[in-house]
Structure formats: C-alpha cells, structure tokens
Design a protein. Structure first.
Length: 462
C-alpha cells in the first residue's frame, strides 16, 4: 500500500512539474487575450491611486497596454472597470462592450482583506480570452514594494509550485488598495457603455501582436521580478460564486469570431516585433534590458525562448570559437611549430657497460665506412635545469687479422693397373643352315568309305 501511494505521489509531482514547464513557455496563447498583457495590467494597478485613474490610464494609447479588438471593427475597444463589494471582498471586473446588448469580461481582480489585516489579491484572466486558470498575483511577501527582479529570468513566465500556498502575498501599501478600503470609499462603476465613451478617449488601430510582444518583452525584468503565475485560487468559494453568479459577462460575438479564427490575423507580422522593441528602447533608454535581443519566431509565429544553461562553470568544453587547449607535442615528433612537453630533470644519461660492446665489423680484413646519421631538423632547443651530459662511446678496437695456415696437400697414391679382358663383340654371327623339308605322307584313308551326300530329290525317285 505504501509503495502504491509513493507511486501515485511521484506521478502527481511529475505531472505538476510538466504542467509548470508548459505554462512557463506560454508567451503566445493563440487566444484573444494575447493582446492584453495581464502583467502590464497588474503593474498599472499597482501604480494607480484610484480605480477611475486606473481605467483612464488603461485606455490610453501611450500606455501600450490595451490592444484588444473583440468586435472586429479594426479599432481598439474601451475597457470599463466595475467594482462589486461584499464586505471586505472586492471583485473588480474589466469589461468590453462588444455590441449594444453584449458585454465580454476580459479579466477580474480578486481583492480580499482578512481580519488580521492581510490582503490577498489575484488577477484572473477570463476563460474565453486566456483559457482556464490563468492567474497572476504579486510576488512580494510583505506590505512594502521592495521586490528585487530575478536576475536569472530568461524572458519566459515562471509558475510557482502549489506546495507553498501558505505564503500569502499581500500588498497593503499599494495606493489603490488603501483607497478602496477607506471607510468613505465610493464604489466605482464605469458610467460608459456602447458608443458612449469619455471625450478624452480616441480609439486607434490595434497593433500586430508581434509589435505588441516586442514592446512588452523588455519589461520582463519587472514583470517576473514583481509578479508570478499561480496555479490555484486563494479563495475557491469566490471563484465558484463569480463563475456561477451574475458577475461574469460573456459574448456570443467573441465566441463566434474566435471559432472562425478571426483573431489569427493579428499574428501575421513577426518582423514588426523589432518596431515594438525600438519603441521601448526609445522611451526607456536606461532600462536594464534595452540591449537584449528579441527571440526568434517559429513558423507559427511563436517566440522560441531558450532557458539559460544550468551547467557548472568550467564543465562545458569550449566550441570551435572558444579557447582551445595548447597543443602538446612529444619530443622527436619533428614538428617545430609547437614546443615540446618534456619535463625538466627527467632525462637519464646513457650508460655503457664495459665488455658488452661487440666489434662493429665481424668480417676480418673488411672495414666498414663510417656512416653519418642525418640530424633531425626543426627540433626546438628546450632548456632544462640539469643539462644532459654528453657521453662519448669508445671506438671499438679493430679485431686483429688472423691468417689461417694453408692445408697440406695429400700424397698421391698410385693404384696398380689391373688388366681386364676386353669384351669382344662378334662381327658376324654364323647363319644357321636351312632345314631340309621332308615330304609329308598323306594319311591312309580309313576303312569307312565316306559316302557323298545325296540330294533329297534322288532318294525320292522311284
């Protein structure tokens, strides 16, 4: 049972890590919410003093935050801010009037003040624009804005694990938070609606998404340093009440346009990312990320972000363009371009043992000429602390010529001549005398007279 429980927990942790990694690479959702960066919205909310000022700044063209065009009229939409209060719980919704009768929720702030004074705040993107459970919250653990940007951030969003939910993020020092919790606070609900907008607002043609992304890419040092993605809701009861009550507004027009793929046209200009990046550098020349290069984009227009290497220093081998190790050459290799690597004091002098040398010429009377061996060219002079003593070999004494006495001739011995009878070959052999033929007598006829045969015709005669 214990083993089964460990296996289930391990699988759950592995799945959670994979989900975190997948969300960490979400720079392009392929949803309408790509044109409203919620990190920028939360940053503006942190800097605002009132909800009215927050709404006005959110809809200004110079802020480069609102880039939504949900109704498809090729003009940016006006985002309204509405606060619904229930005791110490504020539900601040961001809405867009898509038509005269339909509104679409874009995102919602969940802000709650606890009895001990702690404040919980989360910004949740609507499921129709950002997908399910797109949650961002402050990354600070104190009431003061003294967060330090993460120096190891590589441009992608990081998702905190769900194991440390006990660390509650509260920001009681934000001006807008102090404003909405004062006793004389007047609940703000935007008075504007379809075709009735403030006089200071002028819609503009929305940017391509890559232009929008190129501008906000350089804010990653602040976005990731102060805010973070969070996988769960601080108050699940509030989430159920919000999605099940009358707070949330949904538009059929937005759903239809997304199903048809009308929002894909905003991803057709990857080259415009440089223009957005140039605008950021022009406005904030002293920002620490002005010299950072934009990531490349794949065929679908998605930015390709590589994580920084986590290898230990000194463990990676340099490539072709890096530092190369000095080449090592052993003495006597014949390459004069590289120094030898012989260690000083390690050479041993040659020692000749007496009585072991052999004469160089084994054949007497024949002297071999002296052969000069060619010196090896190009060997560098290597200085050593102890010079190698020069050892001269004694020239071998020539072997004395030994003359062998000539062999004495053997005495000649004469053998007596033995006369052997000569074999006579007959000149002519005697011809034998011819034999005399004696006439043969014919044999006497036998007593039985030989009857001559008769024909059958003669015997048949009467």
């Amino acid at each position: 049972m214990k083993n089964l429980l460990l296996i289930v927990l391990s699988a759950l942790m592995f799945w959670t890590s994979n989900q975190s990694f997948a969300q960490a690479e979400e720079e392009k959702l392929d949803l309408p919410g790509d044109n409203l960066n919620l990190y920028a919205v939360l940053k503006l909310f942190q800097e605002s003093e009132t909800l009215e000022g927050f709404e006005r700044k959110l809809n200004e063209e110079d802020s480069e935050i609102n880039n939504l065009d949900l109704d498809g009229d090729n003009q940016t939409d006006y985002i309204r801010v509405e606060d619904n209060v229930e005791g110490n719980l504020h539900t601040i919704s961001l809405k867009v009037a898509v038509s005269e009768r339909e509104d679409q929720d874009v995102a919602v702030f969940y802000v709650e003040k606890k009895d001990d004074g702690e404040i919980w705040i989360q910004l949740v993107g609507d499921e129709d624009l950002y997908g399910k459970d797109y949650i961002i919250e402050p990354n600070s653990q104190s009431g003061t804005v003294t967060e330090t940007p993460n120096p190891g951030y590589s441009g992608n969003r990081e998702v905190e694990p769900a194991a440390i939910q006990q660390n509650v993020a509260y920001v009681s020092s934000w001006p807008v938070i102090q404003f909405i919790f004062v006793p004389r606070y007047v609940i703000w609900r935007s008075p504007w609606r379809w075709h009735y907008y403030p006089s200071y607002w002028r819609p503009w043609r929305p940017r391509y998404w890559h232009y929008y992304y190129g501008y906000h890419y350089h804010w990653h040092y602040y976005y990731n340093g102060h805010f973070r993605r969070w996988p769960s809701y601080r108050n699940p009861v509030w989430h159920t009440h919000y999605y099940g009550g009358n707070f949330r507004s949904r538009s059929v027009i937005v759903h239809t346009r997304y199903t048809r793929g009308d929002y894909r046209a905003t991803y057709s200009r990857p080259s415009s990312a440089r223009e957005g990046s140039a605008l950021f550098v022009k406005r904030y020349p002293k920002a620490p990320t002005t010299r950072e290069r934009l990531p490349s984009f794949d065929k679908t227009g998605r930015p390709v972000i590589t994580r920084p290497s986590t290898g230990r220093p000194g463990t990676t081998r340099p490539g072709n363009g890096g530092n190369t190790r000095p080449s090592i050459e052993r003495p006597g290799s014949g390459n004069s371009g590289r120094p030898g690597t012989s260690r000083p004091g390690t050479g041993r002098p040659e020692v000749t043992r007496p009585g072991t040398s052999r004469p160089s010429n084994p054949n007497p009377g024949v002297s071999r000429p002296d052969i000069e061996r060619p010196t090896r060219p190009g060997n560098p002079d290597v200085s050593r602390p102890t010079p190698r003593p020069e050892v001269t070999r004694p020239t071998p004494s020539p072997r004395p010529e030994v003359t062998r006495p000539a062999p004495t001739p053997r005495p000649e011995t004469s053998r007596p001549n033995i006369e052997r009878p000569t074999r006579q070959t007959p000149s002519a052999r005697p011809v034998p005398a011819p034999r005399q033929e004696t006439p043969r007598t014919s044999p006497a006829p036998s007593g039985r007279q030989q009857s001559s045969p008769r024909s059958s015709r003669e015997t048949d005669r009467p």
